[in-house]
Ligand binder design. Structure first.
Ligand code: MLT
Length: 332
């Protein structure tokens, strides 16, 4: 090889090496299986990041709790051991209690409410609190719909119908208290253990949105769904704050922009898919949907009575008043 050919070849190799030196793979944990809101959001974010970084950043997705329970992934991300996680909001609340204002029963009751709170000032403030309290940054929101109640034993229309059933709940004080007001002691359990517990009859039921029930194939082990809307399931995509701070300012902007675009995509995903999934649960998988008695009034009254118990943890009564006001409602 003459000298000129050799130096051109060396320059090409060194360009490839320096390009590869910039290339990175980020790991994203997902609590749910493929096929639901979480996966759709994760995939969209991964695609946008890859595109916006000209292929320098690849996101590897690990669905179905492969990297630990949803609450474990918050700890891992906080310690910088995990880059990204998609999980349900109720599994962040134990680390950043003010987020609880979004999971108080019957505060958010529609996709529009969810959008108003997460994309408005309140969402911005809560996202700052998760950085401070939990060392994780909310990049994007997915919207999975109302948490409806499923069980394997009987049609449930009133809270009293829950008597005798063992219901799994996330390890979340607000959700535990809601069930206690409905007259039962629920069993707190990690999400990653829930399918097996339902399958083995350790628990009779659980609550999660239609989209999640479908993605997790709960129709294989559950027969009845009560169409309540006590908590609206929000699923943030979080990034380890130490990872975020290690990025250049330009790269941080790319990540934030991809997050914002993913939020818009996720909102449309819910509106486009929820109704057909609900229909498929009935028509293809034989589930029975039960309307709550008396327009859900007893469920609403009993669960909402817990609000004052959580004023301290959410940052004061005024925090809830502010959220309700943003939704055009009054606290009293
Ligand atoms: C839970 O029930 O723990 C979560 O809401 C499940 C989820 O992430 O979909």
């Amino acid at each position: 090889m003459n000298k000129i050919v050799f130096s051109v070849a060396a320059a090409a190799v060194s360009a490839v090496i320096s390009q590869n030196a910039l290339a990175e793979t980020w790991r994203m944990a997902l609590g749910d299986a493929q096929g639901g809101t979480q996966y759709a959001m994760g995939e969209k974010f991964a695609e946008l990041i890859h595109e916006k970084t000209d292929g320098q950043v690849t996101v590897d997705m690990f669905p179905n709790g492969q990297l630990g329970s949803e609450q474990d992934t918050v700890s891992s991300a906080s310690m910088g051991l995990l880059d990204l996680s998609v999980l349900a909001i109720n599994n962040i609340t134990p680390f950043s209690p003010t987020v609880g204002v979004l999971t108080l029963p019957y505060v958010i009751t529609s996709p529009e409410d969810a959008k108003t709170l997460t994309q408005g000032e309140i969402g911005q403030q809560l996202a700052e609190n998760t950085i401070r309290d939990a060392g994780v940054r909310v990049l994007s929101w997915a919207y999975s719909g109302c948490r409806v109640l499923s069980n394997s034993s009987k049609p449930v229309a009133t809270p009293d119908d829950l008597q005798g059933l063992t219901i799994r709940v996330p390890r979340n004080e607000i959700m535990i208290a809601s069930y206690q007001e409905w007259g039962v002691n629920p069993l707190p359990m990690a999400w990653s253990e829930t399918f097996t517990a339902l399958q083995q009859g350790v628990v009779d039921g659980q609550d999660n949105p239609y989209i999640t029930i479908n993605a997790m194939k709960f129709y294989e082990v559950q027969d009845y769904i009560t169409d309540i809307c006590y908590v609206f399931s929000l699923e943030p995509l979080i990034m380890s704050e130490s990872k975020f701070q290690s990025l250049s300012p330009d790269m941080q902007e790319v990540v934030l922009e991809a997050g914002r675009e993913t939020t818009a995509y996720s909102y449309d995903y819910l509106l486009e898919s929820e109704e057909s999934i609900k229909q498929a649960l009935v028509e293809e998988h034989g589930m029975q949907i039960i309307e709550p008695a008396n327009s859900e009034s007893e469920w609403i009254e009993r669960a909402s009575s817990i609000w004052p118990r959580f004023y301290d943890s959410i940052g004061g009564e005024e925090r809830l008043a502010e959220a309700l006001q943003a939704l055009g409602r009054d606290l009293n």
